[in-house]
Design a protein around this ligand. Structure first.
Ligand SMILES: Cc1cc2nc3c(=O)[nH]c(=O)nc-3n(C[C@H](O)[C@H](O)[C@H](O)COP(=O)(O)O)c2cc1C
Length: 215
């Protein structure tokens, strides 16, 4: 499956800050990439359902804070698993507000930069914002947190509205129903076909042959 082999791609962990209607907002992303150096452009993919998407479309600006390996998992939890639509997510997070009114997350980050959107591309689920960094920190501190570090060292997960979300696979269990008493044989450990021919319905005692596959 493509979703499995795509887990071999590498990413960096960032917080994207944007100006909300009543307060600053931010979310976690792992999809910031540099597109070109002259002119310097970056891209980030933000789900249509995320409040941050709406905030960036309204203002055309956002900040990117590059998380470090020292950024606490609690910060990722606060910004990556709840929506700014449901309250101010920045209450327990260290940040500063730029002149433009946009928050910059400052939780043990490596560096940050302010971006102006120059183009957008719509996909079925995400908007790709293409933007130019116009200001930012002068140096890099610490070691940037990779997505691999988040998944395999912090043991973090990706929520539904992140691009790398993989739905849990449902266990496929076969179902056979007794045509006499309607007893259902659903046993993932012993498949129906592997039961001996002498096996009988545990409820009404009917032979195996009267069972029909119903799922
Ligand atoms: C590890 C991780 C990576 C994520 N990457 C992205 C991403 O690249 N794009 C995106 O739209 N959401 C991503 N998310 C999900 C958003 O951070 C999450 O849906 C958040 O609650 C959105 O908040 P908002 O509604 O305030 O914008 C990621 C979350 C985590 C934990």
């Amino acid at each position: 499956m493509y979703d499995k082999i795509l887990t071999s791609l590498s990413y960096g962990m960032c917080a994207v800050g944007a100006k909300g209607l009543t307060s600053g907002n931010a979310c976690i992303v792992n999809t910031v990439i540099q597109i070109s150096s002259l002119p310097m452009t970056i891209a980030v993919s933000i789900n249509h359902s995320n409040y941050t998407n709406e905030c960036i479309k309204r203002t055309g600006e956002f900040t990117v804070s590059v998380l470090s390996e020292n950024t606490s998992g609690a910060v990722i939890g606060a910004l990556g698993f709840t929506s700014g639509r449901d309250g101010n997510k920045l209450n327990n997070v260290r940040y500063k507000i730029l002149r433009e009114g946009i928050p910059v997350i400052q939780e043990d980050i490596c560096c940050w930069f302010l971006c102006r959107v120059v183009n957008t591309v719509e996909t079925v689920t995400h908007t790709i914002f293409i933007a130019e960094p116009v200001a930012g920190s002068e140096s890099i501190k610490g070691k940037p947190m990779t997505y691999d570090f988040y998944i395999n060292t912090i043991k973090g997960k990706s929520p539904k509205y992140s691009p790398t979300y993989i739905p849990e696979e449902e266990e496929i269990v076969e179902r056979y129903t007794c045509s006499i008493c309607k007893y259902e044989h659903i046993d993932p450990l012993i498949p129906f076909e592997e039961l001996p021919q002498s096996w009988i319905c545990p409820i009404c005692g009917a032979p195996k042959s009267v069972f029909k596959k119903t799922g």
